[in-house]
Design a protein around this ligand. Structure first.
Ligand code: CO
Length: 186
């Protein structure tokens, strides 16, 4: 059975996800390949648990977005940002908000810690898309969406689209697939 993408304004996107515990690992191992499936189907580079209704602190990512490139597949469990540096203001797109692209203020670099599926802890220092990924996806784990960080002008511009997504949700319809202006959705 496949997992289904969760779209705005589904209330699950507003929940704080639970930490992954050792007893969750069987379920995590089963869920990881299904999360990658959904991510590739939506042509994303990263996906957080709540985006498929799996309310655990898990992120899957492949910054190349290439399903053949298994070496670049990463699973981050209980990720935390330990340090931020600098600032960037770049276009972002979210798989749960199809059709919306806006500039979001983020740290340019992060130091993050996480566990892999073997339970080993890792520390990573990264910039650019990788830094954007950690910040955007950890926001998802905390119930925070891009729209919370968008300018008032951008919110106004995308109001009709947000309304449409709200109508789709109410009618239990899957939103129209809209290609985003950014090639790297999160
Ligand atoms: Co997102």
């Amino acid at each position: 059975m496949g997992l289904k993408m969760v779209f705005y304004p589904d209330p699950r996107l507003r929940e704080v996800s639970k930490a992954v515990m050792p007893e969750d690992m069987t379920q995590i191992r089963e869920t990881v390949p299904r999360m990658f499936e959904v991510m590739y189907r939506q042509r994303g580079v990263g996906l957080a648990g709540p985006q498929v209704g799996f309310m655990r602190r898990i992120i899957v990512a492949n910054l190349t977005a290439d399903p053949q490139n298994k070496a670049e597949e990463k699973v981050f469990l209980n990720p935390q940002i330990r340090k931020k540096s600098g600032s960037m203001f770049e276009d972002e797109g979210c798989l749960s908000l199809p059709g919306i692209t806006a500039k979001i203020r983020r740290a340019a670099g992060v130091k993050a810690v996480y566990f892999d599926v073997e339970g080993q802890m890792w520390e990573v220092d990264c910039e650019g898309l990788c830094a954007k990924l950690f910040q955007h996806e950890i926001d998802h784990l905390d119930g925070v969406l891009m729209i919370d960080k968008m300018s008032a002008a951008d919110i106004k511009q995308f109001k009709p689209l947000l309304r449409e997504l709200e109508e789709d949700y109410k009618a239990k319809r899957e939103p129209k697939h809209r290609r985003n202006a950014v090639p790297t959705e999160l």
